[in-house]
Design a protein around this ligand. Structure first.
Ligand code: G16
Length: 552
C-alpha cells in the first residue's frame, strides 16, 4: 500500500456559455462518440448533473472505473476532482481504472456505495474515432431507472456551471490510498472481489477438474476489460492452459476491433469453434464484460437459448442448488425460457429491453435469473448482466453433465422443443429513414390483425408497453410486435445504444415442438418470416441495404 501526501485543492466554479442539450442517456447511459466527449466541458457537464441528481453524494462513497477505452483515464481524473468538489467522502477506483460492469455492480453492493460511475460504451468500438460512454448505477448496484436518467437530462439542459477542484493526477498503477482534500481515494485491485464472488457461486473444484482434463478452451477478451478477469479465473484459478485467454490485454481501441461478442465481430473465435475441432468450449465477452457469447465445438448457443438452458440446469451450481424464485427476459428475447419456467412451476416475467428493468424484480426477490437476447445473462448475485458468470455457469453445467455443448442443446430441445430465433441488425441507417420505417409500421399495426403473414395469419400487433409489477411505473413504446396465430412472432425495434444514425433490429421467433424438425438452420426455418417482414416494412427499399449488417 502506498500513501500520497494530502493535496490542498482549490475548488472552482466553471461557468458555461451555453448548456449542452444532447445529453439524453439511452438504453445504457450516455453514449456518444469520443470526439463529442472531447468537447470542452462536455463530460464535466454530464457529471455535474449526475452529482446534482444522485442521492447521498455529500459524505457518500462512489465506485469508479471503466473498460479501459480511450478517454477512460482522463474521465477518471475529472470525476475524482469533481467528486471532491461535491463532497464525496470516498471513491473506490480500480487499478489502472480497469473495472468491468458486473465487478462494479458487486463493489457498489459490497461496499455500501451510493452508486457507481462506469466509463464504457459497452460493445461499441473505442479509440479517438470510436465511442465513449458514462453509465451511472444506483445503490443496488444496477443501472439507474428512467426517473433518474430523465432528471439528469433535464439538469444538463439548464446547467450554468460546474464545480471541480484543481489537484494532481493520482497514480492508479498499484493499490493504495490517496486523498484529494478531504475525499479519500482507495485504489483497489478490481479483480479480487469479483473472483471471490464467483467462488461463492460455483464449484471451482468441479470446473477445474473438467478444465484440467482434455478440455481445450478459447476465451476471447476482445482486448477489452475481461482479459485480466479471465486470466485470473480461467488460467490461474481453474487451470486452463496458458494461451486460453486470447486478446487478453485491454487496449484503448480494443486493437481496432469491435468488442461485441457475436458471430460477426468475434468471427476469429467463431471460426475456431464452428469450423474446426481443436476446441471444446469457446466464449467471448464485450467491452465492459457484461455480455457473453457461448460456443461449443461446431455449435453456437443463441443467447435466448442460453438463458433457457441455465434455467433448466440451474441447480448444478451451488448458488442455485435450492432452485429459482423466478426468471425474467426482455420482450424481444425468445420464449424458450418461458417453457422451462412453466415446467419448473416458477414465474417468468417479460420486461422491456434494458437491464434496469430487472432491478426491481431482483431486489424484491421475485426472480433469480434473467437474460436478454443481446448476449446478456445474469442473476441476483449482482444487478448487471455478467459475461464471465455465464461462462462459469456453462462450464459448471459441462462439468456436471460431462457432455458437449451440442449435446446439451440437443437434449434441451428434445425435451422442451426449439424456439428458432434470429436477430437481423441494420446498423448506421440514416436516422430519418429508420424512424420513417418504424413510424409507418407502427401506423399499420391495427390494420394487420387478421391479415396473412408468412403462410400464417396475424393474431395481434402492438407496441409493447410494460407495467412494473413492483413500483407500477409504466414504460411505453418498447418495440413493435407482430404476433402470429401459431405463437411465432416478429419484433421490430430501434436500438438505444448506437451512436451513428439509427440501428433497426428485427427479431424473429418460431417454435417447433420436440416432435418437430429440431436441426434446421434458423435462417432457413425462419425464411418465410424474414421475407414477410422485409416486404411488409419495406426494409431494403427504405434502408438502401440489401442485407442486415449483423445476423445473430
Ligand atoms: C444495453 C443494456 C441491455 C440491452 C442492450 C440493448 O446493453 O444494458 O440491457 O439489452 O443495451 O441494446 P439495443 O438498445 O442496442 O438493442 P449494453 O451491453 O450495451 O450495456
Amino acid at each position: 500500500m502506498t500513501t500520497s501526501a494530502p493535496a490542498e485543492p482549490t475548488k472552482r466554479q466553471v461557468r458555461l456559455e451555453t448548456p449542452f442539450t444532447d445529453q439524453k442517456p439511452g438504453t445504457s447511459g450516455l453514449r456518444k462518440s469520443s470526439k463529442q466527449f472531447e468537447q470542452p466541458h462536455y463530460l464535466e457537464c454530464f457529471i455535474e448533473a449526475v452529482f446534482q441528481t444522485l442521492s447521498g453524494v455529500e459524505g457518500g462513497t462512489l465506485v469508479l472505473g471503466g473498460d479501459g477505452r480511450y478517454g477512460n483515464r482522463r474521465a477518471i481524473d475529472v470525476i475524482l476532482r469533481m467528486g471532491a468538489a461535491h463532497g464525496l467522502s470516498k471513491v473506490i477506483v480500480s487499478t489502472n481504472g480497469i473495472l468491468s460492469t458486473p465487478a462494479a455492480s458487486n463493489l457498489i453492493r459490497k461496499r455500501d456505495a451510493i452508486g457507481g460511475i462506469i466509463l464504457s460504451a459497452s460493445h461499441n468500438p473505442g479509440g479517438p474515432d470510436g465511442d465513449f460512454g458514462v453509465k451511472v448505477n444506483g445503490p443496488n448496484g444496477g443501472p439507474t431507472p428512467a426517473s433518474f436518467t430523465d432528471a439528469v437530462f433535464e439538469c444538463t439542459k439548464t446547467l450554468e456551471q460546474y464545480s471541480i477542484v484543481d489537484a494532481d493526477q493520482i497514480s492508479l498503477d498499484t493499490p493504495g490510498e490517496h486523498v484529494i482534500g478531504s475525499m479519500k481515494v482507495e485504489v483497489i485491485d478490481g479483480v479480487d472481489d469479483f473472483v471471490e464472488l464467483m467462488q461463492q457461486l460455483f464449484d471451482f473444484d468441479r470446473i477445474s477438474d473438467l478444465i484440467r482434463g482434455d478440455f481445450p478452451l478459447a476465451f476471447d477478451a476482445m482486448h477489452a476489460v475481461t482479459g485480466p478477469y479471465a486470466q485470473r479465473l480461467l488460467v490461474d484459478r481453474l487451470g486452463a492452459p496458458k494461451g486460453s485467454v486470447r486478446n487478453g490485454i485491454p487496449l484503448e481501441d480494443f486493437g481496432a476491433g469491435h468488442p461485441d461478442p457475436n458471430l460477426t465481430y468475434a468471427h476469429e473465435l467463431a471460426d475456431l469453434l464452428l469450423n474446426g475441432d481443436g476446441y471444446r468450449f469457446g466464449a467471448a465477452c464485450d467491452g465492459d464484460g457484461d455480455r457473453n457469447m457461448i460456443l461449443g465445438n461446431r455449435c453456437f448457443v443463441n443467447p435466448s437459448d442460453s438463458l433457457a438452458v441455465l434455467t433448466a440446469n440451474a441447480t448444478v451450481a451451488p448458488a442455485y442448488a435450492d432452485g429459482l424464485a423466478g426468471v425474467a427476459r426482455s420482450m424481444p428475447t425468445s420464449s424458450a425460457v418461458d417453457v422451462v419456467a412453466r415446467e419448473l412451476g416458477i414465474a417468468c416475467f417479460e420486461t422491456p429491453t434494458g437491464w434496469k428493468f430487472f432491478g426491481n424484480l431482483l431486489d424484491a426477490g421475485q426472480i433469480t435469473l434473467c437474460g436478454e437476447e443481446s448476449f446478456g445473462t445474469g442473476s441476483n448475485h449482482v444487478r448487471e448482466k455478467d459475461g464471465l458468470w455465464a461462462v462459469l455457469f456453462w462450464l459448471q453445467i459441462m462439468a456436471e453433465r460431462r457432455c458437449s455443448i451440442a449435446e446439451i442443446m440437443a437434449k434441451h430441445w428434445s425435451h422442451f422443443g426449439r424456439h428458432y430465433y434470429s436477430r437481423h441488425d441494420y446498423e448506421a441507417v440514416a436516422s430519418d429513414a429508420a424512424h420513417g420505417l418504424y413510424d409507418r409500421l407502427e401506423g399499420m399495426l391495427p390494420s394487420l390483425v387478421g391479415q396473412p403473414f408468412a403462410g400464417r395469419s396475424i393474431g395481434a400487433a402492438d407496441n409493447f408497453s410494460y407495467t412494473d409489477p413492483i413500483d407500477h411505473s409504466v414504460t411505453k413504446g418498447q418495440g413493435l410486435r407482430i404476433l402470429l396465430n401459431d405463437g411465432s412472432r416478429v419484433v421490430v425495434r430501434l436500438s438505444g445504444t448506437g451512436t451513428q444514425g439509427a440501428t433497426i433490429r428485427v427479431y424473429l421467433e418460431s417454435y417447433v415442438p420436440s416432435s418437430g424438425d429440431l436441426n434446421q438452420d434458423p435462417q432457413i426455418a425462419l425464411a418465410d418470416m424474414i421475407s414477410g417482414i422485409n416486404g411488409l416494412a419495406e426494409i431494403q427499399k427504405r434502408t438502401g441495404m440489401d442485407r442486415p449488417t449483423v445476423i445473430t
